[in-house]
Design a protein. Structure first.
Length: 133
């Protein structure tokens, strides 16, 4: 499934472009409810994962690279979520990205395959890429 940009993010982008708001760090989070993203969603629509060792990951601006020409690509270096202990199976359906200070939802994507984070060493790797066309 393709990611869905939240309507609140579209408003935030317009505010950034018109210098009515300051940029904020983005935070990558996993969700554990069986939810298909929708543009009208808020961050509250997603139940954040809670498996052993889970912690949200701040997407540092220095880890984004812009490359290519028609289309241009923005790619963030791979981020890895790792289960660090034995726990009951925590289903992970997808990821969502919020603002670090605002808490606003920017975008979300449901995984094609459900992940079960249960055993020490289970991993989910995410590399974010945007194409401009």
């Amino acid at each position: 499934m393709a990611f869905v940009i939240a309507n609140s993010a579209k408003r935030q982008i317009l505010k950034l472009l018109t210098n009515q708001s300051s940029a904020e760090d983005l935070v990558l989070r996993l969700y554990s409810n069986d939810k298909s993203p929708h543009a009208d969603d808020t961050a509250d629509a997603y139940t954040e994962a809670a498996f052993s060792g889970y912690t949200p990951i701040t997407l540092s601006a220095s880890n984004w690279a812009i490359s290519g020409d028609s289309p241009e690509l923005a790619t963030h270096s791979k981020r890895v979520f790792t289960c660090t202990g034995q726990s009951s199976a925590d289903a992970v359906y997808g990821y969502y990205v919020t603002g670090s200070t605002s808490g606003n939802l920017y975008w979300a994507e449901k995984f094609v395959t459900l992940f079960s984070m249960q055993n020490n060493g289970d991993k989910i790797n995410i590399t974010l890429t945007f194409a401009q066309d």
